[in-house]
Design a protein around this ligand. Structure first.
Ligand SMILES: Nc1ncnc2c1ncn2[C@@H]1O[C@H](COP(=O)(O)OP(=O)(O)OP(=O)(O)O)[C@@H](O)[C@H]1O
Ligand SMILES: [Mg+2]
Length: 388
């Protein structure tokens, strides 16, 4: 069974560099490795000093690379669906049709299709390891919440079966001036819907997929890293590694850096005290940019020793149901969260946890269909929801 390791973090912290170093190390160990960038601003070509395209390109023994063309992937999967959406509404003019297109291509949509590409490549079972270099945090997060959200919308928008549509379509056209999606579009919607579910299962499979955070010892970056970690847990992904990049080496003896070293020391201590539960790797700040194989080799040599690094480093259990005397309890692991940060709802057969712009939808197991939430509390990073 192949592995997928996804690197994420704030802009400019070293995601591409760290991902590339892992890919190179794995290939050198004889693992058939593919490194994929889902960031629209691709930078694999620069770091490997090779012309990497939007097709899988071999760059070394056991090492392949791909810069996904998200627009192309989207057109492939989504073209007919988009057309169907457009046809559902009769537009007065071209301009309206175009602005409609902007609405149905949600932000983060392209990256979602990059992930579907990764799923497709994973299923071919050619690679021992797929390393994913992501766009900066914000986009990656919306990408991770997307499959769930999108599937949820599709369920609400298209609850009617194909047969019903066949009957409704001619009527709706005549009576309501609305054209329902045709069979091809409906088929595509169903297929996409299934793929999104499979994608979620793949990304949440703890034996296959690891998410690794890259950070640097600075206030703003650390704050974002904590938030990112909390959201990744909210969406039930397995974060099993933290990379602290750009650490000033002690041996630097220029007084200009004294204050910087002090600041870094402070945030290093904070990182170690708050992320007590995930394996950490420390990477020095080098005197030059990491470009090309030699730079990557330095990182591998200095910071990524050992052959365990590609294994699942830690497995978090994020969601558990517990039987109680009077009902059930759902525990959701939500580190670094405050009571004021979230809202909790029941919606039909779903439990919805809302935090900021994020909405996690947890379907209630059948056994709980006749229960409702009686109370909830947050204790040391664990949200407990009681059903009676
Ligand atoms: N430890 C380091 N020492 C010196 N230079 C570094 C180090 N880590 C990264 N760099 C350099 O910093 C720059 C940004 O790194 P990188 O492209 O890996 O970040 P990123 O997180 O992928 O950025 P983006 O969010 O733009 O995708 C690059 O020029 C890289 O060579
Ligand atoms: Mg990058």
């Amino acid at each position: 069974m192949g592995r997928i390791i996804i690197f994420t973090g704030k802009g400019g912290v070293g995601k591409t560099t760290v991902a590339a170093a892992h890919a190179l190390k794995a290939a050198r160990e004889g693992k058939r490795t593919l490194i994929v960038s889902t960031d629209m601003a691709h930078s694999l070509s620069d770091i490997f000093m090779e012309d990497i395209k939007n097709e899988v390109t071999k760059i070394q023994k056991d090492l392949w690379a791909l810069e996904v063309d998200a627009n192309y992937e989207m057109e492939q999967y989504y073209g007919s669906i988009l057309n169907a959406f457009k046809k559902m509404i009769t537009f007065a003019n071209e301009e309206d049709a175009e602005s409609f297109e902007d609405i149905v291509t949600f932000p983060g949509m392209e990256e979602l299709f990059s992930l579907l590409k990764i799923k497709e490549l994973y299923e071919k079972d050619i690679y021992d390891l797929i390393v994913v270099d992501c766009a900066p945090t914000g986009e990656t997060l919306s990408l991770l919440k997307f499959p769930e959200l999108f599937a949820w919308y599709m369920e609400k928008l298209f609850p009617i079966g194909k047969v019903a549509l066949k009957i409704i379509r001619p009527i709706s056209k005549a009576a309501f001036k609305i054209e329902m999606p045709d069979n091809v579009a409906i088929n595509d919607i169903e297929k996409l819907y299934i793929k999104l579910f499979e994608l979620q299962n793949l990304l949440r499979n703890r034996d296959i997929c690891s998410i690794r955070l890259v950070t640097i010892p600075e206030k703003m970056v650390l704050e974002e890293t904590k938030r990112n970690y909390m959201y990744l847990n909210l969406y039930n992904f397995n974060v099993d590694g933290l990379y602290i990049n750009r650490i000033l080496p002690n041996k630097i003896e220029n007084s200009f850096f004294d204050e910087w070293k002090r600041i870094q020391k402070k945030y290093m201590e904070e990182i170690h005290s708050v992320f007590t539960h995930i394996p950490m790797y420390e990477i020095n700040w080098y005197e030059v940019d990491i470009n090309g194989i030699q730079g990557l080799e330095r990182i591998i040599e200095d910071s990524l020793k050992g052959d365990d690094i590609f294994k699942v480093l830690k497995t978090t259990v994020n969601e558990t149901f517990e039987k109680l005397e009077k009902g059930y309890k759902l525990n959701v692991y939500l580190p670094f969260t405050d009571k004021r940060d979230f809202d909790l709802f029941e919606s039909g057969i779903d439990i919805i946890i809302k935090m900021g712009n994020f909405k996690r939808i947890i379907p209630m197991p059948n056994i709980l269909r006749n229960y409702s939430i009686s109370k909830a509390n947050l204790n040391e990073g664990c949200l407990s929801i009681y059903f009676e």
